[in-house]
Ligand binder design. Structure first.
Ligand SMILES: [Zn+2]
Length: 185
């Protein structure tokens, strides 16, 4: 079934495995059920879900761990432009000009990974430390309607094999996210 979501939306399902696809059949979110239900959110957009799901009245309320204290707070231009081109660093930001320069290779990544990369760069307005920008990105993604596991997956997919420490930090950050258990149906 296709779901057109105008805003972040919560779902639950009794299926053993929930798989959500984008409308071009790219996998978007996959989760195995552990308890009675799988609870998850989806950000605004259009999705295909082939198992039975129940829309929740409100999005799943994920309680997020606090972010590290800001290391700086650089004045942001009103608009941040995202451009694609050749960037050997994969992605970087011109903080003063408000331009995020993504390497063309990012276009081939899934939506979650693209979001992770862009929010990470945006995080540099507040942080110098790379792993803090990762946490900022993870938090922004979850606020937008992605699920904690998607932030781990995106981080793994975007960082090189050498970035083990950063990957572990995001894994531990996402593990601390707790679902509030009321207001669901
Ligand atoms: Zn960075």
């Amino acid at each position: 079934m296709t779901y057109k979501l105008k805003e972040k939306t919560g779902f639950r399902s009794k299926a053993n495995t929930v798989a959500v696809y984008t409308t071009d059949y790219e996998p978007f979110y996959v989760m195995q059920r552990k308890g009675d239900y799988v609870y998850f959110n989806l950000p605004k957009g259009e999705y295909i879900i082939e198992v039975e799901v129940e829309k929740l009245k409100k999005p799943v309320n994920f309680q997020l761990p606090p972010l590290p204290p800001f290391e700086r707070n650089i004045k942001r231009p009103q608009f941040i432009k995202i451009i694609f081109g050749k960037n050997p660093n994969k992605c970087s930001i011109d903080l003063e000009g408000g331009v995020i320069i993504c390497d063309d290779s990012i276009k081939a990544k899934g939506r979650a990974e693209q979001c992770f990369v862009i929010y990470h760069e945006f995080g540099h307005y507040f942080y110098k430390t790379e792993s803090s920008c990762d946490k900022y990105a993870s938090r922004k993604m979850i606020e937008e309607g992605f699920n904690p596991s998607q932030t781990v997956y995106s981080c793994n997919g975007c960082l090189s094999e050498r970035s083990v420490v950063r990957k572990n930090e995001i894994y531990n950050f996402a593990k601390q996210v707790k679902r509030k258990k009321f207001n669901l149906i």
